[in-house]
Design a protein around this ligand. Structure first.
Ligand code: AKG
Ligand code: FE2
Length: 862
């Protein structure tokens, strides 16, 4: 880093050396930022792999852009509020494995002010909004890293509360120390830095010390535990770098010259040779300084491999520290409180440290030594006691061996167990919970066939500290009559559709045939759908405003303009992955409406629209634009499902984006959600906005479109129909609808998306080619594809994953898009083919295409 010259005499002749070590994470972050995933770049497969590799080989890793700018600032403000309202206290220098030994505070040794929180505390003057979010993110990262090959974090079982710290900027510091010198259970330290305005000269850098196993080429040597002797040379060096008052020659310090910038704000300051090189009793020590930049996370191993200190802070410095505990170590530490001898040893050690500070730094502040019985807050995991979680009334919970809690849930009367799943919301627990089917904070467990008919039980490992919300859901397994939701919960939940299946493509096609297990989306009542900023109403007499998506290449093209449209250009847009998954549907539709092939087809259809006076069927006159007497474009969402398209309709305002994004079609838009997989299909229209109405119809697309008068502009949209997959069976299901709609309404553009390219897209294109359909938008990658990828069964771990690998079956909602309209000249019915013959052609084509796709990937045909 281009650090401002410090008062040190250490020369860094090769300080500009950059061997690219630091570049990989920067590259990954840039890559995913360009793909519109800036906020979650670190959660992508290749990012996680790199972070894990760094952590395991170097014992520490710096991750930038972990928190968004907005999160960073609001968390900083929350801590500032806590500080200003007196909720922080001088940092304690803890001793003792169980945290119950002698403790002391001394400003010159540790000058920060700290408070332990998890965001549930009600404190005067503080509103914890961002702290829980930031903690959850860190948990997610640590969980994901623990799942990486050869990760030491696999044994993480719990974490501390968040230690929120403020260094007031009066040269407060925290001298070199090891977080876990004595087996106190801490495995990993995670630091979240919250100083967006940090500049060179503000100080407060984290200085990391690492000992190398041998002298010679630093790169070749691994890092090992540091010992006191080896660190002594570093102490001397340290003194001069920070205070500068020693000045003069440095030769006596035997500095190996390899200072270099590792990444922005991360600098290897020096590697100090071990005394006496070969046969030396001390090891070479590398010092690395890390600036506490806003949004940055630093992870390091808490043990003696990573001694560290906080250099004097000359400006207020905000940070959050989380410790992740090793399962067996923390249990042992809790079970074995300090003996009298150990306690004495602690006291002596503290006395030595105080003396050392006086000598080394001329420390003058008085230590305050005191005994505490427990270190409130830091040790959340009590290890030996097991509070039984508070589960709702009819459910019961019991501990079993191995930190497993079994929750038994009675089934609602008359329910078939095999149709049910149970959902446990773990968001109120501060501990990491492992459970089958856990995603975010909700574990969903499907009952095995032949399960006990009266009750079902779920086993969670770990110790939930507070109430767990338990719900029983019955999933429709196939196309069934409207399922009735069953819930066991206290307090009773709002009525809602059933647990979404673990697939985002319409259930008719996806459940069995499309891409194996996993599926694209998995939404539940706790899913965090971001709210988009509202667009101020248009001033009367001004031209309609909208986002021009015609040449958009990715999400950025929508998001930036969308925020600007809402007058929020200064705000950093924040969207969850679920939000991008959800927005993919309306924004893809908005994009399609603007594609020349589609907009021209609709304009031509519009010309045929009769005025209200001549209309025989007035049903459509009140839909779309609320201005009386207009006729909307009717957009049929074909094969809509209660788990995706209708789910968004019921739970979000995302469908309104169809007209926010597009210049609004005259007459507005009526969205008709049609198919066998919708629920509560009253057919009644409801108004979403002044220009959009919507209705839900449980019937075939053929039947619905037959009621749309010929002079009403019509458009068909099929999201992730999967009709090209399933070896032809699905095409057979879709064909009658398709064929009839294409021939009866040759004026209607029909847009389709496909969730993958190996079977769906190829199969679909084969189907439409066989039918002789006319393409008006050529197939292409959709700039507004969903965020979440899923990997198919038998392809490593099934379930949600960020990026598909070569040769894997993967699926991502709306990955590809294309549009057709009627039949090409001399094709379809005009070639003398009956509807029945066309259907057979379509199915055969899908069958052949699917086979070819599997063959191309070297997969077994299913
Ligand atoms: O805030 C930091 O950068 C480090 C704090 C630290 O080392 C500690 O609290 O143990
Ligand atoms: Fe520390």
């Amino acid at each position: 880093m281009a650090r401002k010259q410090k008062a040190t005499e250490v020369r860094h002749p090769s300080s500009d050396v950059d061997d690219g070590v630091g570049d990989k994470l920067f590259f990954l972050r840039t890559k995913y930022s360009l793909l519109g995933k800036a906020e979650w770049w670190w959660l992508m497969d290749d990012s996680l792999a790199e972070i894990n590799a760094r952590l395991e080989s170097e014992h520490f890793v710096v991750i930038d852009g972990f928190l968004t700018g907005a999160h960073t600032r609001s968390l900083r403000d929350e801590i500032r509020d806590a500080h200003e309202h007196g909720h922080l206290a001088p940092g304690v220098l803890a001793g003792g494995k169980a945290g119950d030994a002698t403790q002391y505070t001394m400003r010159d040794v540790r000058g920060d002010h700290v408070g332990w929180f998890d965001g549930t505390e009600r404190l005067e003057g503080v509103q914890w909004d961002t702290l829980p979010t930031a903690m959850k993110r860190a948990d997610t990262l640590v969980n994901q890293l623990g799942a990486q090959p050869r990760s030491e974090l696999a044994t993480v079982s719990s974490r501390s509360k968040a230690m929120c710290t403020v260094y007031p900027g009066d040269d407060a510091r925290y001298v070199r120390h090891v977080d876990n010198p004595d087996g106190n259970g801490r495995l990993l330290t995670a630091l979240l830095y919250l100083n967006p305005e940090w500049e060179e000269g503000d100080g407060g850098e984290l200085r990391v010390f690492r000992c190398l196993s041998g002298s010679g080429e630093a790169a070749a040597a691994g890092f090992v535990d540091c010992d006191g002797k080896s660190l002594e040379s570093a102490d001397s060096f340290d003194t001069r770098v920070k205070s500068g008052h020693l000045g003069g020659a440095t030769d006596e310090f035997n500095v190996a010259v390899d200072a270099r910038d590792v990444a922005e704000g991360v600098r290897d300051v020096a590697t100090l040779r071990g005394a006496g090189e070969n046969g030396s009793t001390t090891k070479p020590v590398r010092l690395t300084d890390v600036a506490p930049l806003g949004g940055r996370v630093v992870l390091f191993k808490s043990d003696a491999r990573v001694p560290h200190e906080v250099l004097a802070a000359h400006a207020p410095r905000y940070a959050v520290t989380l410790w992740y505990f090793d399962k067996s170590e923390v249990t042992a530490a809790r079970a074995a409180p300090l003996s009298e001898a150990e306690r004495k040893e602690q006291e002596e050690k503290i006395a030595r440290e105080i003396e050392f500070m006086r000598l080394k730094h001329g420390a003058t502040s008085e230590p305050e030594v005191r005994i505490r019985d427990s270190q409130e807050g830091e040790w959340r995991d009590t290890g030996t006691t097991r509070p039984t979680p508070d589960v709702p009334g009819q459910c019961s919970a019991a501990w079993e061996d191995g930190d497993v809690i079994a929750i038994t849930v009675p089934l609602p009367a008359g329910t078939c167990a095999a149709d049910c799943g149970v959902e446990v919301d773990t968001s109120s627990s501060t501990l990491i919970i492992e459970a089958p089917g856990l995603e975010g904070n909700v574990a969903r467990v499907k009952l095995p066939e032949g399960a006990d008919e009266d009750s079902i039980s779920v086993k969670l490992s770990k110790k939930p500290t507070r109430a767990l919300v338990v719900r029983v859901r019955c999933e429709p397994l196939a196309v069934l009559p409207t399922p009735t939701p069953h819930t066991v919960e206290s307090p009773p939940p709002e009525p809602e559709p059933d647990l979404p299946p673990r697939t985002g493509v319409p259930a008719t096609s996806a459940a069995k045939d499309c891409v194996g297990v996993g599926g694209t989306l998995s939404w539940s009542s706790s899913t965090d759908f971001s709210t988009l900023p509202s667009v101020p109403p248009r001033e009367p007499g001004t031209a309609p405003r909208g986002i021009d998506l015609r040449d958009a290449s990715d999400w950025e093209d929508f998001i930036q303009t969308r925020w600007a449209l809402a007058g929020k250009e200064d705000e950093q847009p924040v969207l969850t992955p679920h939000a991008l998954d959800g927005l993919s549907f309306p924004v893809t539709l908005a994009w399609s409406l603007q594609q020349p092939g589609v907009s021209e087809a609709l304009a031509a259809a519009r010309k045929k629209t009769r005025t209200d006076a001549t209309r025989t069927d007035a049903t459509f006159a009140n839909l779309g634009d609320e201005t009386a007497g207009t006729t909307p474009v009717v957009v049929v969402i074909a094969g809509a499902s209660s788990f995706t398209e209708q789910y968004l309709l019921d739970r979000t305002r995302y469908w309104e984006e169809v007209t926010v994004a597009a210049p609004q079609p005259a007459g507005g838009i009526h969205l008709a959600f049609v198919g066998p997989d919708v629920v509560a299909a009253s057919g009644e229209a409801k108004r979403l906005s002044p220009t959009i109405t919507a209705s839900v119809h449980r019937e075939t697309v053929r039947d619905y479109t037959a009621r749309v008068p010929n002079d009403v502009p019509l458009m068909i949209v099929g999201f992730n129909t999967g009709m090209g997959g399933g070896g032809g069976a699905l095409a057979r299901g879709w064909a009658p609808d398709l064929v009839e709609t294409l021939s009866r309404r040759p004026d209607a553009p029909a847009v389709f998306t496909a969730a993958n390219d190996y079977a769906d897209l190829r199969g679909e294109l084969a189907v439409f080619k066989a039918l002789g359909a006319r393409f008006i938008v050529d197939p292409r990658a959709n700039p507004f594809r969903a965020f979440t990828h899923t990997i198919g069964e038998g392809e490593g771990e099934p379930g949600v994953r960020s990026a598909p690998r070569q040769g894997e079956k993967w699926s991502c909602a709306n990955a590809f898009v294309y549009a057709v309209q009627g039949f090409a000249k001399g094709k379809g019915p005009s070639a003398g083919l009956t509807d029945e013959q066309l259907c057979t052609l379509a199915a055969k084509a899908a069958e052949r295409a699917a086979g070819a796709a599997w063959d191309a990937l070297g997969m077994r045909r299913s």
